[in-house]
Design a protein around this ligand. Structure first.
Ligand code: IPE
Ligand code: IPE
Ligand code: MG
Length: 249
């Protein structure tokens, strides 16, 4: 690990340590636009986006955030041109292989959520290896949503529950929110407190539909590759000014 200047690793004094979100989720959008602004191919934006994610993960760890979920590839992203999809799949695999040792050393527990069976076999193998190698790490939970779709997640939970019911292992009356959550990809991970979307789009694009029920939403015009510690600091400052009511007064 490269050593960070001390002032960057400690929590900025204007943030309230008592009100740090437990779980931050990010829709990492704007890689293509970032590249376009520089007359570069879109893939360069994705490449740069990986560095941004790595920095954010480290920042979350430094600032005491317990979980970071990153939207890496949606179930709809297969509709992009094949060379871009191929590039992304290869990039995920390459980055995972390159970063795994550092994640082990830094106490990162990596977890993948999504319909992983549709991913290239070599990527699936790398994912399995990474999840297993980091399963006992406790510094931070790093959740990567890959071939993830909120609707698909809900459907697969319904199927699993319906199967159990049809086999007589479960009464329909026993289905409640807690049981349902145990069948989501994110079982055991607390809901995000803060959902960040970069590059200005005001939509959730099929991300964590169930889990963001009470997340605070922060949208910034900053394009994902430019979303640095300073930008994250701004998001946290705004988060800490929000009054979370959860339907109460
Ligand atoms: C987000 O950036 C990364 C992925 C969806 C994989 P985009 O590729 O969507 O970038 P824009 O939105 O075209 O700028
Ligand atoms: C959302 O970004 C998916 C990821 C960040 C992986 P998109 O760029 O795919 O979303 P839309 O198409 O603008 O809704
Ligand atoms: Mg986009």
């Amino acid at each position: 690990m490269t050593t960070q200047p001390q002032h960057l690793t400690i929590l900025p004094p204007d943030l309230d340590i008592q009100r740090i979100p437990r779980h931050v989720a990010v829709i990492m959008d704007g890689n293509g636009r970032w590249a376009k602004q520089r007359n570069l191919p879109r893939i360069m934006g994705h490449q740069r986006g990986v560095d941004t994610l790595k920095d954010l993960l480290r920042c979350c760890k430094d600032w005491g955030i317990q979980a970071l979920t990153a939207y890496a590839f949606s179930t709809e992203n297969w509709g992009r041109p094949l060379p871009e999809v191929d590039f992304l799949m290869t990039l995920f695999e390459r980055v995972l292989r390159r970063e795994i040792n550092e994640m082990i050393d830094e106490g990162v527990q990596i977890h993948f959520v999504g319909d992983l069976h549709c991913l290239p076999a070599s990527l699936q193998a790398e994912i399995e290896r990474a999840m297993e190698a980091t399963q006992h790490n406790q510094k931070i939970q790093f959740v990567v949503a890959t071939n993830y779709g909120g609707r698909r997640e809900i459907i697969q939970a319904c199927r699993a529950i319906a199967t159990q019911a049809s086999q007589g292992q479960l009464n329909p009356e026993d289905i409640d929110e807690a049981l349902f959550e145990r069948h989501l990809y994110t079982a055991g991970i607390c809901d995000p407190d803060l959902l960040i979307r970069t590059s200005g789009e005001m939509r959730v694009s099929n991300f964590l539909l169930w889990q963001v029920a009470y997340a605070e939403i922060y949208v910034t015009e900053t394009l994902w590759p430019d979303f640095d510690r300073r930008a994250f600091h701004q998001a946290l400052l705004q988060y800490q000014q929000r009054h979370r009511r959860f339907g109460r007064l």
